[in-house]
Design a protein around this ligand. Structure first.
Ligand code: PLP
Length: 390
């Protein structure tokens, strides 16, 4: 069978592969501590679950409009208007089957063969793959551990060529937890405006920031006249609804109208029942995500302290998400591992702890650990790592 060129360069998501490998070992009765997961370990809030059940009971189980139900689109717009002083309405919003889907829709609309798209590195595994599927060429923009992986506008400027069409900004960042400060964000917006770049802004982890650090949305900077941006968000992490598959894209109306046309031929619409549940999630707001944020902060502080005591680990402080991204070059050397993939495998085999190698995010010498796992399991996992590395 012939597979298209579009898909031959695409591999399975390495984060998902780690989850699978950990699952396989567990099914053989092996106690694996999974520090790989990219999803909350909290249940979906009860009121949200009840809204989903009520939607099924009320037979709200048919197609919805391709753009999503008006009530949810308007609620997303209202949330932005309240938080960032924007003047969005439902016409600025499309509901999608998760943020991943929103990113894919937006890239399909604006990138084509040969377009260069700047992607800060390390990056969430899916960004370069989506750009490639759309015919674009991902161009890495390095960030540095010494700057706590905060994206430098100068590094972005230096990589703009006549072929550059877009810039991906993910803040708080997966995998590093870095938050782009407002002044940097303002500079990035200016670069995008002056160099005619499409700004694809992913704020999937916007509600999970720590130690008083705050996230700034691109929404705070957009003008009514801006035509080339998309703000993507997700219900997966904020409301612990990963399996419900609801995300959204907020943007200028002509772009959103095109995405709606595309979606009408693609998934048709996001799941009806999940949309009703998502309306209630937005009504809950901070009541749903703040308790998770507080618990993540407690775990983050613990993990940073514990990693400090492991030989060959050095961890820059993350300000957001639920990941840490330690430099493990010293530990790799001490254990004779040649790269982060080998080191992750070593940790899985020897310590029975699942992690994701930095290479999955485009950067060697690091691993990603998720603290979306109970404090108890984190303590056990980090102790196991400490003992096999020492
Ligand atoms: N964007 C980033 C940066 C992510 O880390 C993830 C999931 O891990 C997503 C998007 C996808 O979220 P969703 O479950 O809404 O598709």
């Amino acid at each position: 069978m012939r597979i298209t060129q579009r898909l031959t360069g695409i591999g399975a998501s390495q984060t998902m592969m780690v989850m699978q490998r950990a699952q396989e070992l567990r099914s053989r009765g092996i106690d694996v501590i999974d520090l790989g997961p990219g999803q909350p370990d909290f249940p979906t809030p009860d009121a949200v679950k009840q809204a989903g059940i009520a939607a099924i009971d009320a037979n709200f189980t048919n197609y919805t409009p391709a753009a999503g139900i008006l009530e949810l689109r308007q609620s997303v717009a209202d949330t932005y208007n309240r938080d960032w002083g924007t003047r969005f309405d439902a016409g600025n919003v499309i509901i999608t089957s998760g943020a991943k889907h929103a990113l894919f829709d937006a890239c399909m609309a604006v990138f084509q063969e040969g377009d260069e798209v700047l992607i800060p590195c390390p990056y969430w595994v899916t960004f370069p793959e989506i750009v490639k599927i759309c015919g674009g060429v991902p161009v890495e923009v390095p960030t540095d551990e010494r700057d706590r992986f905060i994206l430098s506008p100068d590094e972005v400027s230096a990589r703009v060529t006549p072929q550059t069409r877009g810039l991906v900004v993910n803040t708080p960042n997966n995998p590093t937890g870095a938050i782009i400060p407002p002044a940097h964000l303002a500079e990035l917006v200016e670069i995008a405006r002056s160099r005619d770049l499409f700004l694809l802004f992913d704020e999937t982890y916007d509600r999970f920031t720590y130690a008083g650090k705050k996230h700034t949305s691109l929404a705070a900077s957009v003008r009514d006249s801006d035509e080339a941006y998309a703000i993507v968000g997700s219900f997966s992490k904020t409301y612990s609804m990963a399996g419900w598959r609801i995300g959204y894209c907020v943007g200028p109306k002509p772009l959103i109208a095109k995405l709606i046309e595309f979606q009408s031929h693609q998934t048709g619409n996001p799941t009806s029942v999940s949309q009703k549940a998502a309306v209630v999630a937005l009504q809950l707001g901070a009541k749903a995500f703040e308790p998770m944020r507080v618990e993540y902060e407690r775990r983050r502080d613990y993990v940073l302290k514990a990693l400090d005591g492991i030989n060959g680990f050095r961890c820059p402080q993350p300000d957001g998400t639920f990941y840490v991204f330690p430099n493990v070059e010293g530990a790799m050397k001490a254990t004779g591992m040649g790269n982060s993939h080998e080191f992750s495998n070593f940790l899985l085999q020897e310590a029975r702890v699942a992690t994701v190698p930095g290479s999955a995010f485009g950067l060697e010498g690091y691993i990603r650990l998720s603290y979306a796992t109970s404090l108890d399991r984190l303590q056990q996992g980090l102790e196991r790592i400490r003992s096999v590395v020492s």
